[in-house]
Write a protein of this length. Structure first.
Length: 280
């Protein structure tokens, strides 16, 4: 093809700084895709240079050849990085399920099933279009059914999902930044000790679990506070001077139950707490 650089194996070896025998070995192990052949002559191109550069880079970071081959094969088959690293989406609530017309009619009232709505869901990443069928995550389909039973309009659902996705993208970015700044240098420093792929998998699984725990816990706190504010705004709570009879009992728990104030101590108070230990 005109404009595409073609290299023999010897020329490729010079370009990437590897022996020709190593390049052939990489092909045998599945690390490098086959060259194009013209008669008896094999020709390599920029894609082979890119692949070999990747292999060299991963080897320098402690990845074994079998681990690199696993990464390469998975990516060629369309697997996500998350799936390869053990935080994938093939089982449970994260798996993708086909959305049928009857599912849509449950999610969206009849007459409102418009291409615009489905197209927006696709643009937001909530739905993917595969082989002529829409697909969504199992958790999204189940959540959509619950919201439909509550008669929440689909446009409101999509608006809120867009806001939520923007927030979770920011949270994910924060955790990845922690991984890159704090954990990745540790991995790089120990690249000669053991294979990196398993170590990265273990760390990412732990970090993902921690992130999920923090996000869910923080969301619950936010919902509690929002519910309190909603109740106050609509006059659903007694006045500040209201005290139930049981609150007069000399039980500390009663005071805690009716006291919603959150004190912000000064630093000396915090230091005294830290210095006193748990036995005081």
């Amino acid at each position: 093809m005109a404009g595409v650089e073609q290299l023999t194996v010897d020329e490729l070896a010079v370009r990437v700084g590897l022996p020709g025998s190593t390049i052939r070995m990489y092909q045998t192990k599945g690390l490098l895709h086959p060259p194009k052949r013209q008669g008896r002559q094999a020709f390599y191109d920029a894609s082979h240079i890119e692949r070999l550069t990747l292999v060299q880079r991963l080897q320098a970071r402690g990845f074994s050849l079998p681990a690199i081959a696993e990464l390469v094969k998975a990516r060629e088959q369309g697997a996500s990085v998350a799936a390869v690293l053990g935080v994938g989406d093939t089982e449970g609530p994260d798996d993708w399920v086909r959305v049928r017309v009857r599912d849509l009619t449950r999610l969206v009232p009849m007459g409102d099933v418009r291409p615009r709505v489905l197209r927006r869901a696709i643009q937001l990443g909530l739905v993917r279009w595969r082989r002529g069928w829409p697909h969504t995550r199992r958790w999204a389909l189940e959540a959509g059914n619950r919201l439909a039973l509550l008669a929440v309009p689909c446009d409101d659902v999509l608006d809120k999902f867009a806001n939520l996705r923007a927030a979770t993208d920011g949270i994910a970015g924060d955790f990845v930044e922690v991984f890159e700044r704090r954990l990745w240098p540790q991995l790089a420093a120990k690249s000669e000790q053991e294979d990196q792929l398993d170590r990265i998998r273990a760390l990412l699984v732990e970090l993902t679990y921690t992130a999920e725990t923090v996000v869910v816990g923080t969301l619950r706190e936010s919902i509690r506070e929002a519910a309190e504010e909603f109740a106050r705004r609509h006059g659903l709570l007694p006045g500040d001077d209201f005290r139930p009879v049981w609150a007069e009992e000399p039980l500390p728990i009663a005071e805690r139950l009716i006291d919603n104030e959150n004190e912000i101590p000064d630093e000396p108070a915090i230091r005294r707490f830290l210095d006193q230990g748990d036995d005081s």
